[in-house]
Design a protein around this ligand. Structure first.
Ligand code: AHM
Ligand code: MG
Length: 336
């Protein structure tokens, strides 16, 4: 019966992707190989994060990343691991990492048809206190067979062929979309395998949680301020929303996907483009949200329609349950 089947018929992430691949006879397995290398990177980082306190990996590495922030050793390590894993897959041509100012062009002998944009360890300010952190990634296909260029990664989010994140939390969870829904896999540490645990993630149509750094409230614009005020003092007689903010995008988005609600990183007077980076934070999370039945909005447009001009470009983002994002869209529409 089904309980037995669950225990003995394990759907690993590799088996799942191979099953999907078999539906496309023309597929040569490149995506499966690429994903296997991403999964290896996630397992490595998961193990490093779990050992961080013990292994004394925590602490400053004496380098700063491209945004001028101090880099922790775990960031450096995770970045190196992912770059090596992606290049050795033989399936990538251009890589963009949050930690590196310039794109990495893979040497010709190791090139393949995909480009990967990623934040190897997002939420690093949370490392030292053991709060959940994660890796975020998005995958583009090379535009066509030519010498890879920066244009291959300066593509709108709608062109992504896959996106996901891995959360290093109380369990290690990998959430993935390839454009037909959202699945979640949980690492079974005793097997070293990601097992399909969330076969079809759908975000509730409306949520009861809002998630934002309210410390920036004095610098918000009108629609954001009104929206958050309405969360606390609803005008329609409904009960106020709960506030949850971890400050680690992967964890805040993961909760939003599973429980519903809205996650906001708006523009403010000090940061007119918000904080989060379009390519490897806003796009992958927006792709997942839409695939789960939610929405992602920038304050001006659908987030996935942005066309980035720079690798580390930022954008405000409002993402989550369909109805909740509708509300903020209405407030911005009324303003313009
Ligand atoms: P990071 O890439 O430097 O770790 O910054 C990104 C993180 C996100 O995980 C999170 O959503 C956001 O920064 C929190 O920012 P703030 O501390 O301004 O609320
Ligand atoms: Mg980061």
């Amino acid at each position: 019966h089904s309980a037995d089947a669950q225990r003995t018929d394990l759907m690993t992430i590799t088996r799942y992707v191979l099953n999907e691949q078999s539906k496309h006879p023309e597929s040569r397995g490149d995506f499966t190989i690429l994903l296997n290398h991403i999964v290896l990177g996630c397992k490595f980082v998961c193990s490093a994060v779990n050992k961080a306190g013990l292994a004394k990996l925590i602490g400053l590495a004496g380098e700063t990343n491209v945004q001028g922030e101090e880099q922790k050793k775990l960031d450096v390590l995770s970045n190196e691991v992912f770059i090596k894993a992606l290049i050795s897959s033989g399936r990538t041509s251009v890589l963009v990492s949050e930690e590196d100012e310039d794109a990495i062009f893979v040497e010709p002998s190791k090139r393949g048809k995909y480009c990967v944009v990623f934040d190897p360890l997002d939420g690093s300010s949370n490392i030292d206190c053991g709060v959940s952190i994660g890796t975020i990634f998005g995958i583009y296909a090379l535009k066509d067979a030519h010498e890879p260029t920066i244009e291959d990664v300066l593509q709108p989010g709608t062109n992504m062929v896959a996106a996901g994140y891995c959360m290093y939390g109380s369990s290690c969870t990998l959430v993935l979309t390839t454009g037909s829904g959202v699945r979640g896999f949980t690492l079974d540490p005793s097997l070293g395998e990601f097992i399909l645990t969330h076969p079809d993630i759908k975000i509730p149509k409306k949520g009861r949680i809002y998630s934002v750094n309210e410390g920036n409230a004095q610098n918000w614009d009108g629609p954001t301020a009104t929206y958050v005020e309405n969360c606390k003092f609803p005008k329609d007689g409904s009960s106020p929303k709960s506030l949850r903010y971890i400050g680690s995008m992967v964890a805040d988005v993961h909760r939003t996907l599973l429980y519903g609600g809205i996650f906001l990183y708006p523009a403010d007077k000090k940061s007119p483009n918000g904080k989060l980076r379009v390519l490897y934070e806003v796009f992958p999370m927006s792709f997942l949200m839409e695939q789960a039945g939610g929405q992602a909005f920038t304050g001006k447009q659908r987030a996935l329609d942005l066309v980035p001009k720079k690798l580390h470009e930022r954008s405000p983002v409002f993402l989550g349950s369909y109805d909740d994002v509708e509300e903020i869209k209405a407030l911005y529409a009324a303003e313009n």
